[in-house]
Write a new protein. Structure first.
Length: 421
């Protein structure tokens, strides 16, 4: 009965997306990217004779979380092919050319027919779901086909449906996994409370990824010249709600401070409006790339707006402080990319679903704020002495590296048990 409700919900969701697709660019990409998927996927795999490892990520953040495992798997099993699927256009459109995977496609909607056909075409030898992804029909088909299936970097909370008295359908979904690798002790406890024993505490593979990113950071001469030795606040993935708090703060802050602002989405009109609301001089990164721009004037600006994608992770190296966006409404963005460089972190009030944010708040390296006033107070204290918070945030990342190796240990066990490849 519950599977019928679930499948009806998937059908309604697809129908709504098709209705709004002509008016919504993201919905259009979601729909268009799945059109004729059977023939497209069959053609992609037509000449493949190698075992296929299927990795699924909801979006870009989950992909970055899973990337260390994808790359470790490819290194350990070089004769296997990697199939990477995305649910969201924001992941697929950015990483469709990722060279760590042999095939990158959208995941078709989780209907019984789609799941059956997808598994039959791909014939995966092993399947990985990153963090939050739980699709009933795909998991059912993988189990029926005897495909070892893992969820890794997963995290669970008591208020989820799996742990409600009426959550039997969702609890059964978890039993389709051969192994669930989780981020924290609470997740282990919760899963064992519902009778799941194939659970391992491995931590979060994002720590391994941010360590890779930090080691491979790129020098950005514009940012270095702009900073010119001054204390720097890097604002990452800023939304309107974040800027509504930040702009009044910056307008009244009276100590030396340079600011780099990287919006979550690049909208020219929005950036221009923010520049108009700021009282200090600002410049867009794209302006600094013009042949007519006088580079000697760069250090005279107080705010640098980043109007491109892909630079943020390297920009954190120039910061003494970081404000991470999304925690007022949309969902807190990656704070570990900043933490790995060692600095106090600031973000909005909705952070309790992010274990690393909870940990860093408790340890005194991160400071949730809900208004310009609370940002004034928290920032002033860290501006006076940031050394403790900086050390705590850096050490937090260092001591949590290693989840990928633990995931691969479980993979090796399953591969041995199933004689895969």
């Amino acid at each position: 009965m519950f599977s019928g409700f679930y499948n009806t919900g998937i059908f309604v969701f697809q129908s709504l997306l098709r209705l709004v697709a002509p008016f919504n660019p993201k919905a259009k990409k979601w729909v268009d990217g799945r059109r004729d998927w059977r023939s497209s996927l069959t053609n992609k795999l037509a000449s493949n004779k190698s075992p296929v490892a299927w990795f699924h990520a909801a979006s870009l953040g989950e992909f970055e979380q899973g990337r260390p495992v994808i790359e470790a798997y490819r290194e350990q099993y070089p004769d296997h092919k990697i199939l990477l699927t995305f649910f969201s256009p924001s992941g697929y459109e950015v990483r469709k050319d990722y060279d760590g995977a042999h095939f990158v496609v959208y995941l078709p909607a989780d209907t019984p027919v789609n799941a059956r056909d997808f598994v039959a075409i791909v014939k995966p030898r092993i399947a990985f779901f990153i963090k939050y992804e739980f699709w009933y029909n795909y998991l059912h088909e993988l189990k029926a086909a005897g495909v070892p299936t893992l969820s890794f970097s997963a995290i669970f909370r008591p208020n989820q449906l799996f742990f409600k008295p009426y959550g039997g359908f969702y609890r059964n979904m978890l039993r389709y996994f051969d192994h669930i690798l989780v981020q924290n002790d609470e997740s282990v406890r919760l899963l064992k409370s519902i009778g799941l024993s194939t659970v391992t505490l491995t931590g979060d593979t994002r720590f391994d990824r941010v360590a890779q990113v930090a080691a491979a950071k790129k020098d950005i001469p514009v940012a270095r010249t702009f900073k010119k030795g001054a204390p720097m606040l890097v604002v990452g993935s800023a939304w309107k709600e974040d800027m509504d708090v930040l702009i009044p703060f910056l307008n009244q802050f009276d100590k030396p401070l340079k600011v780099i602002i990287a919006p979550h989405e690049i909208h020219d009109e929005e950036i221009q409006r923010w520049r108009g609301e700021l009282r200090m001089p600002s410049v867009r990164f794209s302006e600094t790339q013009s042949p007519t721009f006088d580079q000697s004037t760069l250090e005279s600006f107080a705010v640098l707006f980043i109007d491109n994608v892909g630079m943020l992770t390297s920009l954190y190296q120039y910061g003494e402080f970081a404000f991470i966006g999304g925690a007022f409404k949309q969902g807190l963005h990656n704070i570990l990319e900043a933490a790995t460089f060692g600095m106090p972190l600031f973000f909005g009030p909705s952070y309790d679903k992010f274990q690393e944010a909870v940990d860093l708040v408790q340890e005194g390296a991160a400071f949730p704020i809900d208004s310009t006033v609370s940002l004034n107070v928290a920032f002033a204290k860290q501006y006076a002495d940031r050394s403790k918070a900086a050390q705590v945030s850096r050490n937090y990342v260092l001591r949590n590296i290693g989840a990928t190796a633990q995931v691969m240990e479980v993979v090796q066990q399953l591969m041995g048990e199933r004689t895969i490849g």
